[in-house]
Design a protein around this ligand. Structure first.
Ligand SMILES: [Zn+2]
Length: 255
């Protein structure tokens, strides 16, 4: 890791759990604004979650039915491990609870998870295969994403969420066949960035394959490139310019 990356990746220190919670919620609200800006919304589908820093079996999530582009910090709701809304007066999306509760349970190291029905992610998911290392950016997913090779309808059942958590394994992302993408991270920043760049890598491979046969980066070079663009630190830091842009453009997200 270069000194520059290390400096940018330094986590802020928090003097209280309330301060850390607010930090996570601000990152979460900003991520929804970015997902909205990039057109990742599809009706009421899609959710990003962040684990509460105090109650580790609870997570913060978007209220059911609210447009990503409108979400403010004060709109976020907190859900416990039974699916009960413990903070906020909105409902939680049943699929959000079924998937994210199980992913957070399967991966105690994960702070945040992101899922939406973004166009190129769902188009790619229908092919039922992993991404190839066809670009420098796609190397971020080399040997670090999985395929959930099944589709059983809208995920409303905890058992289905559990199977998705198992398919994810130790990876930072999983392609849900005929559905879309799911990413995780050790910060909201990392989970959101990973989703955004994965969606673009799906688009790039769809474009390249439509035009011809892409040349693959060989495995050794893909692994080396991964160390620059795909590590948790790299994913965390890559979110920074987007955070700067969206918070300057839409400061009401802090409300
Ligand atoms: Zn979905």
């Amino acid at each position: 890791m270069t000194g520059l990356l290390r400096d940018l990746a330094l986590d802020p220190t928090f003097s209280s759990v309330e301060e850390e919670r607010l930090h996570r919620k601000q990152r979460l609200a900003a991520s929804f604004r970015l997902f909205g800006k990039f057109g990742f919304d599809e009706g009421v589908a899609g959710h990003i979650t962040v684990r509460d820093p105090e109650h580790l079996d609870r997570f913060w999530v978007n209220p059911f039915g609210m447009n990503f582009k409108h979400i403010r910090v004060s709109d976020l709701i907190c859900v416990d491990h039974t699916g009960a809304v413990v903070v906020g007066d909105a409902r939680v999306n049943a699929a959000a609870f079924a998937i994210h509760s199980q992913v957070h349970a399967a991966r105690p190291d994960v702070i945040a998870a992101a899922h939406s029905h973004s166009l190129h992610g769902k188009a790619w998911s229908s092919l039922g295969r992993r991404l190839d290392p066809i670009t420098q950016d796609a190397c971020a997913f080399f040997e670090d994403h999985a395929l959930f090779d099944d589709f059983t309808g809208v995920v409303l059942d905890l058992e289905e969420g559990k199977r998705i958590g198992e398919a994810l394994g130790r990876n930072k992302a999983v392609i849900l066949r005929n559905h879309g993408l799911l990413t995780v991270g050790h910060s909201v920043d990392a989970a959101a960035w990973t989703f955004i760049t994965m969606e673009r890598s799906c688009q790039a491979q769809l474009l390249a394959q439509a035009a011809g046969t892409p040349v693959l980066i060989d495995a050794d070079m893909a692994r080396k490139t991964y160390e620059r663009v795909g590590t948790p630190v790299a994913c965390h830091v890559s979110f920074r310019p987007l955070w700067d842009m969206i918070t300057r453009e839409q400061p009401d997200l802090f409300d």
